[in-house]
Design a protein around this ligand. Structure first.
Ligand SMILES: Nc1ncnc2c1ncn2[C@@H]1O[C@H](COP(=O)(O)OP(=O)(O)OP(=O)(O)O)[C@@H](O)[C@H]1O
Ligand SMILES: [Mg+2]
Length: 153
């Protein structure tokens, strides 16, 4: 089942409004798959979302490290974000070998979120339920985002 629950169009000038709407709608979810071509704006959106959440750590593209860990306070409790970029992974086996599944399992618990760029590189290790985000460039400045709730049950 794939249910479209949100659609947003934004530029870098209005991205914070989009980020706010995004989090207000989806903060009770834990695993977020960000799909879109190179340069579509996956890292940029995650970066601004982390700013909105007042993440204390430096947010950067985890292309080489595969995963960055950030912390933020959520209702006075420490929450963890695992920001992953699977672009360099070649298979589900490689993703599992690199420990990517372990982060997803952790997101099953409270206070842990996973933000994944290039989820299509290892779609098979995604959990039964997650948020799928499709970002498309309309032109140099505008981006269209469609958000779906996916449930593989
Ligand atoms: N509305 C917008 N939202 C996001 N990025 C935008 C927007 N308008 C222009 N940009 C530019 O588009 C680029 C997006 O790059 P970004 O690294 O976020 O893409 P990405 O999807 O993470 O790519 P990759 O697949 O390489 O990780 C940046 O240079 C950013 O400044
Ligand atoms: Mg990126």
């Amino acid at each position: 089942m794939k249910q479209n629950i949100l659609e947003l169009t934004y530029t870098l000038e209005t991205i914070d409004i989009a980020v706010k709407r995004f989090w207000e709608t989806l903060n009770n979810h834990t695993v977020f798959a960000f799909s879109g071509e190179m340069g579509a704006g996956k890292t940029t959106f995650i970066h601004r979302l982390c700013d909105f959440l007042a993440v204390e750590d430096t947010v950067s593209s985890p292309t080489f490290a595969l995963v960055n860990e950030y912390h933020f306070l959520e209702v006075n409790r420490d929450s963890i974000i695992y920001h992953m970029d699977w672009y360099r992974l070649k298979s589900e086996e490689e993703a599992m070998g690199a420990g990517m599944e372990d982060y997803l399992v952790q997101a099953g618990k409270k206070q842990v979120r996973c933000f994944i760029e290039w989820p299509e590189k290892a779609m098979g290790i995604m959990p039964l339920a997650y948020v799928f985000i499709q970002i498309e460039a309309i032109d140099m400045y505008q981006r269209n985002m469609r958000v779906y709730l996916v449930n593989k049950d």
